[in-house]
Design a protein around this ligand. Structure first.
Ligand SMILES: *[C@@H]1O[C@H](CO)[C@@H](O)[C@H](O)[C@H]1NC(C)=O
Ligand SMILES: *[C@@H]1O[C@H](CO)[C@@H](O)[C@H](O)[C@H]1NC(C)=O
Ligand SMILES: *[C@@H]1O[C@H](CO)[C@@H](O)[C@H](O)[C@H]1NC(C)=O
Ligand SMILES: *[C@@H]1O[C@H](CO)[C@@H](O)[C@H](O)[C@H]1NC(C)=O
Length: 576
């Protein structure tokens, strides 16, 4: 019913507003001052070979990912006029495989009162009958954040090139009555349909320091009513950007966003503006009350669960109805100074899309690069069981180490008596990794990979494990140490870390890293902890980059298997 109504409305706008749209397009604001920021041609030094990026300029949040008539769509926050944030539009690309992408013209750009000062983040919802609809944040003439709707002009066009905005925009606005802070009201999620036939959507918000997922309901997707209570809120977190709310089960088979029922858990993710971390909680969606109840122990401040313990922000999932899976997109920003990324002529990369599902333990999510990425694997180098003696470094030869996929598993069960004791006060994995970096010798570990390394090992990024003995178990720390990643002093080289829920006494310790010139995405314990880093080597560039496996612990460790592949270039947003 809702979709039929919307379809009618859509036709209606086209007829009534045909002229209005053109008029609005003509008023698309341009900020010429930013055009002058563009260098003659963007620097290629740190560009990637298989990660999603536009040919130049600024990119931030992934927006409205979806699949329609067999084609994947990705929209993203983009400044068409320069490499710094500003003039934000929804740029648009499509793909058959989520790896190779074709660029299209911007799908949504300022053209209405409700978005004249910018078209910020939002999501796509598939209304009944495969009708996509986008809800997004617009910045109005008073610089207030409001929520708008756009639908495709031509549903027969699988590329969905043209989008038509609702004449009823804005659909959700801050008012003195609803006490919504007009500077902190943004990023609508994909909506879900309740058993009562009404759509629900959440929008990020804060009141004073309380972060909130404001809930709105609608029968027709056009007239939205704010619910009395937010879906969920937490005191003291600051603004919740880019919320995401979806069902999961402990199988990589994904669930449509409206799924509820036995065995289904829900995930609430927010992007914390204060810390720039994407945190999540697993819990139950009590649909009779329209509230989210986190699992016991998971409540306060999202208890530290993060999608990625490195750089990964403003992420968004979508349900891929083609392959019945839930896929996660996330934005990885530069670690360069503003001045340096402007000089580079571009800024921002999207992480490789990841499959996301609930771990068997029910306590956390697991992520794994989509299998399509394996079609880029070219030359394979494999190692049989190898002993990696204490203090040794082994070069992985025969691949192009600047663009590679490497998957290694370690066995340490027989070496655990040498593990150092864990001080109970060591509860911050990032701090622990920065204090005990790759060049600090331990009992069992550090061992792992040195990626984007120069031959003389003056430069490298170390992704590694270190094992500690706690009271009645072993604790695995996973680190990505950027302190030696570049001879250039200027980039941010913060070391990242996570505790990994793997029992090294009974399980192998696996590490997969996707290496792509200036980006390293690492998956520990088959995706139980992910760490993404941006690095800017000065020597380990192109053919000069090397890949090593190392063990700087006192104990020997065994490599039970290791495979590494050179990755082919993907075709990403090349202009024809
Ligand atoms: C592949 O991508 C890398 C990194 O952007 C680039 O340096 C190289 O020229 C590309 N190779 C081809 C054949 O396009
Ligand atoms: C709609 O899209 C289809 C498929 O691309 C195309 O053949 C048709 O001409 C389009 N219709 C309009 C009115 O643009
Ligand atoms: C509203 O949000 C803005 C932006 O974060 C903040 O500066 C301001 O203090 C907020 N106002 C209130 C009343 O919370
Ligand atoms: C972008 O990178 C800078 C420098 O590494 C960091 O301080 C900042 O928090 C990042 N922003 C986001 C949104 O990740």
């Amino acid at each position: 019913m809702a979709s039929f109504y919307l379809w009618l409305m859509c036709l209606c706008w086209m007829i009534v507003l045909g002229h209005g749209i053109l008029e609005a397009e003509a008023s698309h604001r341009v900020y010429r001052n930013l055009a002058s920021l563009q260098p003659a041609s963007p620097s290629q030094t740190y560009r990637t070979s298989y990660h999603f990026q536009p040919p130049k300029n600024w990119m931030n949040d992934p927006n409205g990912p979806t699949v329609y008539k067999g084609l994947y769509h990705l929209f993203y926050q983009y400044n068409p006029l320069g490499p710094d944030w500003g003039n934000i539009v929804w740029a648009h690309s499509t793909s058959k495989d989520l790896i190779n992408w074709n660029p299209h013209k911007a799908a949504i750009f300022p053209s209405q009162k409700g978005d004249v000062n910018g078209c910020w983040s939002g999501s796509t919802t598939m209304l009944r009958g495969e009708n996509p609809a986008i809800l997004y944040t617009g910045i109005d003439p008073k610089n207030q954040q409001v929520q708008n709707l756009a639908v495709p002009r031509n549903l027969s066009d699988p590329y969905l090139i043209e989008w038509v905005k609702s004449p009823y925009n804005p659909l959700m606005t801050p008012t003195p009555e609803n006490k919504i802070n007009s500077s902190s009201f943004r990023d609508p999620t994909t909506a879900w349909l309740g058993p009562d036939g009404r759509w629900r959507v959440i929008v990020g918000n804060k009141l004073n320091r309380r972060g909130k997922a404001l809930l709105y309901r609608s029968k027709d997707f056009v007239r939205w009513t704010k619910a009395q209570h937010p879906l969920y809120s937490i005191q003291g977190t600051g603004m919740w950007e880019c919320p995401d709310f979806y069902p999961v089960s402990s199988s990589p088979i994904g669930l449509d966003t409206s799924t509820i029922g036995e065995g289904v858990k829900h995930v609430l993710k927010v992007s914390l503006d204060d810390t720039k971390h994407d945190q999540y909680a697993i819990g139950t969606y009590v649909h009779s009350k329209d509230v989210f109840v986190p699992n016991a122990g998971a409540a306060e401040k999202f208890s530290g669960l993060r999608y990625d313990y490195g750089k990964f922000y403003a992420s968004k999932t979508f349900y891929d109805s083609l392959k019945k899976r839930r896929i996660l997109w996330g934005w990885i920003n530069e670690s360069l100074s503003r001045e340096d990324y402007i000089a580079q002529g571009w800024s921002g990369v999207q992480a490789i899309p990841r499959l996301i599902w609930l771990d068997k333990s029910g306590k956390q999510l697991v992520q794994w690069p989509i299998s399509e990425i394996e079609t880029l694997r070219q030359k394979k180098v494999g190692y049989p069981l190898t002993l990696l003696k204490s203090g040794s470094t082994l070069e992985v030869q025969g691949i192009k180490a600047a663009q590679a996929d490497v998957d290694v598993s370690f066995q340490v069960a027989s070496q655990l008596e040498q593990a150092d004791a864990l001080d109970p006060s060591w509860t911050d994995p990032q701090l622990l990794c920065s204090q005990k970096g790759a060049s600090v010798r331990g009992g069992t570990g550090p061992f792992g990979l040195k990626v984007l390394a120069s031959k003389d090992l003056q430069e490298y990024t170390a992704v590694f494990f270190r094992i500690f003995k706690a009271r009645n178990k072993y604790v695995v720390l996973m680190c990505s140490d950027q302190s030696r990643s570049s001879l250039n002093e200027k980039p941010d080289k913060t070391t990242y870390g996570a505790f990994l829920d793997v029992d090294p006494l009974h399980e192998e310790l696996s590490l997969r890293s996707l290496i792509d010139h200036s980006i390293v995405e690492s998956f520990g314990g088959k995706g139980k902890a992910c760490i993404t880093s941006r690095v800017y080597p000065t020597k380990a560039l192109g053919n000069e980059a090397r890949l090593y496996v190392f063990n700087y612990g006192k104990a020997n460790v065994a490599i039970s298997s290791m495979n590494a592949w050179t990755m082919k270039n993907a075709s990403i947003n090349r202009k024809n």
